[in-house]
Design a protein around this ligand. Structure first.
Ligand code: HXC
Length: 513
C-alpha cells in the first residue's frame, strides 16, 4: 500500500469510531454520532480536526486490545457563521465516550488553543464518565478540564451541550461553563444515578425524571436551553453564538439587516392594565422595544417570575432582565435572584449592555424563603448589578417597591439611565400596607376602621403611586410614554457606547455565593 493510501485508510478507520454496529445503535436511540454533530454545528467544510489518531496508553483490563483512533472524542476548530470556534464532541460509540487520560488531554489542548486565540469553546457531551479501566488518571483528566473551565470563565464564552449521559463528577465541567443546552429524552445529568439514589434515600426514580432536560430546565435551573432533538439543539447553539462576542475583549457582532415594526409602538400603550393588581406578560413589552424577532429567552422554564435573555437593539446585542408580573406577581425570590444574577454576570463579563424592565412588588415573604437564605441569594442579584460596568438602562413599567427597587438596576447601584412610565409606582411599599403601619393608631381610633384605612391608603397612593416623587429627586431620569421607550433606549445606549468605568483594584470580589 502506498503512503497516501495508508493515510486515507487510517482516516476512514478513525471516522468509524467504535464501528458501524455501535453507530447504528446510536442512531436507533435517536442520537447523532459525534462527527455528525460537529458537521451540523459548524459551517459547511470548516472543520479542522486535531488529534484524529491519538490513542490511549492503558493496558489494564484488556484495554491494550481495544484501540480506537481518536480515543472517543473528536476535537478541532471551525467556524459558526464565519467566526472561529473550538469544539470537542464525545463519541459514545467508543468505550461509551468515557474519558481517559488521552481523551482529556485532547479536550485540554483545544481549550488551551481557544484561550490563546480568544474564541469560544463548545463541548458536545455524550459520555459514560471516567474510563473505569483507567482509574485515577481519568479523574486527574477531569480535574485538568475543570481547572481550564474555571480559568477560561469570563475570558471566552464556553457552551456545554448535553446529548447523552453526563453523570458523576463529569457534570462539573458543564456546570462551570456559561450555558448548558440539553436534548429531551436522550440526555441526562446527575451527580448520582437512580441506583445510588434508591440505595441511599429509597426514592425510586428514572434517569429522565431525576436529571433529564425538562427536570433541569424547570426544577434545578441547571439547563438553560432545551431542544427536542440533536438537530434542533445544534441549530440553537449556532443561533445563540451570534449574540456573543468571541472573547471578553471584543463586542458582540452588530447586525446591519435588523428590522423594527413601528406598529408595535401603538400596541405597547395598552399592555399594562389600569388595575395595578392585574398581571400582564412582560415579554410583550420587551418585544415592542427590541428589534423584531430578536429575543432569545434563557432559562425559559425556570423561575418564571424573572425573564432573562438576549435581544438586539438596532442590531446590537443587549441582555434583557425583566420582572414578570404574570408569574408570582413578579416578586423576587431565591431562584429568580440566582437566575438574574448569573445572567447579569455573563453579560457584564462579555461587554453586553443590560436593559432592565422593572415591575416588582418586593421580595417573596415566608419561612421557606428566609430559611433557605433569600438574604444571601437576593444579595447575588444586588451584587451582580452593582459590579456591572457595561451600559445599563432601566425602564420601570409599574411597581418599583422597597429593596427590590434598589436591586433592580437602580441608579444608586450604578445604572446609567432610569426611565419610568406614567403607570409607575415608586415607593417603599404598596399603599395598603403602608397605611396600615403609619396610620395604625388613627385607624384603630376610628369609628369605621375600614373606611379610615381606605382613606389613608388613598392618601399614601396619591403621594407615592406615581413616578413623580422619584423624578423630583432625580432618582429616575425621566418619565416617558410607553411608545417613546424604543427611541429613548436607543438614544441612551448610543450615548453610552463608549462608557468606560474601572472597578477598584482588587484580586476579586467576594460575591455572596
Ligand atoms: C469504560 C464504559 C464506560 C466507562 C460505558 N462504557 N461507560 N467503558 N468506562 N465509564 C462502555 C460499555 O462497557 C460499553 O462497551 C459501551 O461503553 C456502551 O455502554 P452500554 O452500557 O452498553 O450503554 P448503555 O446501555 O446505553 O448505558 C450507558 C451508561 C452505562 C448508562 C452510561 O454505560 C453506564 O452506567 N456506564 C458507567 C457509568 C459510570 O459509572 N461511570 C463512572 C462514573 S464515575 P461495549 O464494548 O459493550 O460497547 C465518574 C467520575 C468522574 O465519572 C469524576 C470526575 C471528578
Amino acid at each position: 500500500m502506498d503512503k497516501n493510501s495508508e493515510l486515507i485508510q487510517r482516516r476512514e478507520a478513525s471516522q468509524l469510531g467504535g464501528g458501524q454496529a455501535r453507530i447504528d445503535k446510536q442512531h436507533q436511540q435517536g442520537k447523532l454520532t459525534a462527527r455528525e454533530r460537529v458537521t451540523l454545528l459548524l459551517d459547511e467544510g470548516s472543520f479542522n480536526e486535531i488529534g484524529q489518531f491519538v490513542e490511549h496508553r492503558a493496558t489494564t483490563f484488556g484495554l491494550d486490545k481495544q484501540q480506537f483512533p481518536g480515543d472517543g472524542v473528536v476535537t478541532g476548530f471551525g467556524t459558526v457563521h464565519g467566526r472561529l470556534v473550538y469544539v470537542f464532541s464525545q463519541d459514545f460509540t467508543v468505550l461509551g465516550g468515557s474519558l481517559s487520560e488521552t481523551h482529556a488531554a485532547k479536550i485540554c489542548r483545544i481549550m488551551d488553543l481557544a484561550m490563546q486565540n480568544g474564541a469560544p469553546v463548545i463541548g458536545l457531551n455524550d459520555s459514560g464518565g471516567a474510563r473505569i479501566q483507567e482509574g485515577v488518571v481519568s479523574l486527574a483528566g477531569y480535574a485538568d478540564i475543570f481547572f481550564r473551565n474555571t480559568r477560561a470563565s469570563g475570558v471566552i464564552p464556553q457552551l456545554s451541550v448535553i446529548m447523552g449521559p453526563c453523570a458523576g463528577g463529569a457534570v462539573y465541567s458543564p456546570a462551570l461553563t456559561d450555558f448548558i443546552f440539553m436534548v429531551e429524552e436522550t440526555s441526562y445529568m446527575f451527580v448520582t444515578g437512580p441506583n445510588v439514589v434508591k440505595t441511599v434515600t429509597h426514592e425510586e426514580i428514572d434517569s429522565e425524571a431525576l436529571g433529564g432536560a425538562k427536570t433541569h430546565a424547570e426544577k434545578s435551573g441547571v439547563n438553560h436551553f432545551t431542544a427536542a432533538n440533536d438537530v434542533e439543539c445544534l441549530k440553537k447553539v449556532r443561533d445563540i453564538l451570534t449574540y456573543m462576542p468571541q472573547n471578553a475583549n471584543e463586542l458582540a457582532p452588530q447586525l446591519s439587516n435588523y428590522t423594527f415594526n413601528p406598529l408595535k409602538l401603538k400596541s405597547i400603550q395598552s399592555i399594562v392594565p389600569d388595575n395595578p393588581n392585574v398581571p400582564y406578560d412582560i415579554r410583550k413589552v420587551i418585544d415592542c422595544v427590541i428589534d423584531d424577532e430578536s429575543f432569545r429567552e434563557v432559562h425559559e422554564e425556570f423561575a418564571k417570575n424573572i425573564v432573562v435573555g438576549f435581544a438586539r437593539i438596532e442590531g446590537r446585542t443587549v441582555g434583557v432582565v425583566a420582572n414578570q408580573p404574570a408569574a408570582l406577581a413578579g416578586v423576587l425570590d431565591i431562584d429568580s435572584s440566582r437566575k438574574g444574577a448569573r445572567f447579569v454576570r455573563f453579560c457584564d463579563a462579555f461587554n453586553i449592555p443590560l436593559l432592565v424592565f422593572e415591575d416588582v412588588p418586593g421580595f417573596l415573604p415566608g419561612t421557606d424563603q428566609e430559611w433557605r437564605g433569600i438574604i444571601t441569594h437576593g444579595a447575588k442579584l444586588l451584587y451582580a448589578f452593582s459590579e456591572a460596568t457595561v451600559p445599563r438602562v432601566t425602564v420601570i413599567t409599574r411597581k418599583a417597591y422597597g429593596g427590590a427597587f434598589d436591586v433592580m438596576n437602580s441608579k444608586s447601584i450604578g445604572a446609567d439611565m432610569n426611565y419610568a412610565w406614567p403607570t409607575s409606582e415608586i415607593a417603599v411599599m404598596g399603599a395598603k400596607g403602608a397605611a396600615e403601619i403609619i396610620f395604625k393608631r388613627e385607624i384603630a381610633a376610628a369609628e369605621d376602621q375600614e373606611a379610615k384605612w381606605k382613606e389613608k391608603e388613598a392618601e399614601y397612593a396619591e403621594l407615592f403611586a406615581n413616578p413623580y416623587r422619584a423624578a423630583e429627586r432625580g432618582i429616575i431620569d425621566d418619565v416617558i410614554l410607553p411608545e417613546e421607550t424604543r427611541s429613548r433606549v436607543v438614544a441612551a445606549f448610543a450615548m453610552l457606547e463608549k462608557k468606560a468605568e474601572v472597578l477598584p483594584k482588587k484580586k476579586h470580589g467576594n460575591i455572596p455565593l
